[in-house]
Ligand binder design. Structure first.
Ligand code: PLP
Length: 365
C-alpha cells in the first residue's frame, strides 16, 4: 500500500466542480488584482476568526512581516519567539531589521515554554510571537499576561492553526495581530502562495493595507514606502470556496488523530499531547520515536511518506549563526529534533491507510 503524506489531488477532485466556475468567473472578468473576491474573502475569513479585520497578502511570511512593520517594529528591536518552528517565523522578524530572540519548548506541547519567556525579555523587546505549531495553540493566557506586565505586543503565528481554539477562542483572535498562511499544504491552502493578517485594531489594519499595496490608498498617491504583497483574486476565489469546508476538514483531521492515538497506544511512540486548554486542528500529527532515522527509512521502504518538522532547530541553522547561539542552548528543542516524526495527515486519509501505517510502525524493530 502507498500512503502519501498529504493528498492535494484527491482534495481537488472533491471540489473541482465548485472551484472551476469560480476561477472561470474571475478570469472572464479579468479582475486579477484586488478583485471583489479578495474583499469578500477578507470579510469571510475575519468572521471565521472572530476578528474585526482581515487583510489578504501574498504569503504567511509576508503576513508576519507586515504585521510587525505595521507596529513599527524594526532595527534595534527584539521579538521573542520559539526555537522549534518553521524558519519563516524568524525570517519575517529578521526582514524587518529586528532580532529574533529564541525560547525553548514545553515538553508536552512542543510549543513555546511560557516559563522561559520572561528570562528572554530585555529593554529592546517589543513583541512576543508565539507559534501555534502543528495546529495546537500555545498557552495564550500565560503569554498575554507576560505581555501585559512588560508592555509587549503579541503577534500570533497562526500559519498552522486555521480554526484551532484556545479555551474556546479562535487562534488568531487573541493577540494584537495574527498571521495565517495559505500555502497549498496548510489546513486551508490556495493554488499557490497566499496569506492573511487578522487584527481587531483598525489603525493597524489600514497600515497593512497600505504596506501590501505600494503604500497607496488611491492609485498613484503613495503615503508611505510600501511593497507589492497583495493576495491574488484567483487565490481569494479558491480560498473562499475551500473555507466552507474547513471545519469539516479539521474535524476529519481530529478523527484521524484519535484513531492514530488509539492504534499506537501500546507502541514505542510518544504520542502528541492535546493540552486541556487546546482544541488542535492537527496540521501535523507528530510522534516521537527512538531510532527515528531508521524508523523513517523503514516506513518509507513500506510506501509510507513521512516528514520531520523540523530536523534542524532555528538556532543551529547556518542562516542564524549570527545570533550567536550554541548547541545546548535549547535542550528540549534539540533532543526532540532527533526524535520527532510526522505521520501522514490530511482530511481524505482513510482508515486502511491509518491502520497500515500504525501496523508498519509497530512491527519495526
Ligand atoms: C507555513 C508557515 C509560515 C510561512 O507561511 P508561507 O505562506 O509559506 O510564507 C510561517 N510560520 C509557520 C509556523 C508556518 O508553518
Amino acid at each position: 500500500m502507498k500512503v502519501p503524506f498529504v493528498d492535494l489531488v484527491s482534495q481537488y477532485k472533491g471540489i473541482r466542480n465548485q472551484i472551476l466556475p469560480v476561477m472561470e468567473n474571475i478570469m472572464g472578468k479579468a479582475q486579477f488584482i484586488m478583485g471583489e473576491d479578495v474583499t469578500l474573502f477578507e470579510q469571510e475569513f475575519a468572521q471565521f476568526c472572530t476578528s474585526k479585520y482581515a487583510i489578504g497578502v501574498d504569503s504567511g511570511t509576508s503576513a508576519l512581516e507586515l504585521a510587525l512593520l505595521a507596529f513599527e517594529i524594526g532595527a534595534g528591536d527584539e521579538v521573542i519567539t520559539v526555537a522549534n518552528t518553521f524558519i519563516a517565523t524568524t525570517l519575517a522578524i529578521s526582514a524587518t531589521g529586528a532580532t529574533p530572540v529564541l525560547v525553548d519548548i514545553n515538553h508536552d506541547t512542543y510549543n513555546i515554554d511560557v516559563e522561559k519567556i520572561e528570562n528572554a525579555i530585555s529593554e529592546r523587546t517589543r513583541a512576543i510571537m508565539p507559534v501555534h505549531l502543528y495546529g495546537q495553540p500555545a498557552d495564550m493566557d500565560a503569554i498575554l499576561n507576560i505581555a501585559k506586565k512588560h508592555e509587549l505586543l503579541v503577534i500570533e503565528d497562526a500559519c498552522q492553526a486555521h480554526g484551532a481554539k484556545y479555551k474556546g477562542a479562535l487562534a488568531g483572535s487573541m493577540g494584537n495581530a495574527a498571521a495565517f498562511s495559505f500555502y497549498p499544504g496548510k489546513n486551508l491552502g490556495a493554488f499557490g502562495d497566499g496569506g492573511m493578517v487578522v487584527t481587531n485594531d483598525a489603525e493597524i489594519a489600514d497600515k497593512i493595507k497600505l504596506l501590501r499595496d505600494y503604500g497607496q490608498k488611491e492609485k498613484y498617491h503613495h503615503l508611505i514606502k510600501g511593497y507589492n504583497r497583495r493576495l491574488d483574486t484567483l487565490q481569494a476565489g479558491v480560498l473562499r470556496t475551500k473555507l466552507s469546508y474547513l471545519n469539516e476538514w479539521n474535524e476529519s483531521r481530529r478523527r484521524h488523530a484519535s484513531r492514530y492515538n488509539e492504534l499506537l497506544q501500546n507502541s514505542h511512540a510518544t504520542l502528541p499531547v492535546n493540552a486541556d486548554f487546546a482544541e488542535s486542528v492537527y496540521h501535523l500529527y507528530v510522534i516521537r520515536v527512538p531510532n527515528r532515522n531508521d524508523m523513517l527509512s523503514y516506513l518509507q521502504q513500506n510506501g509510507i511518506s513521512v516528514g520531520i518538522h523540523y530536523p534542524i532547530p532555528i538556532h543551529l541553522q547556518p542562516a542564524y549563526a549570527d545570533l550567536g547561539y550554541q548547541k545546548g542552548d535549547f535542550p528540549v528543542t534539540e533532543r526532540y529534533a532527533d526524535e520527532i516524526l510526522s505521520l501522514p495527515m490530511f482530511p481524505e486519509l482513510n482508515d486502511d491507510q491509518i491502520t497500515y501505517t500504525t501496523n508498519v510502525l509497530k512491527e519495526f524493530r
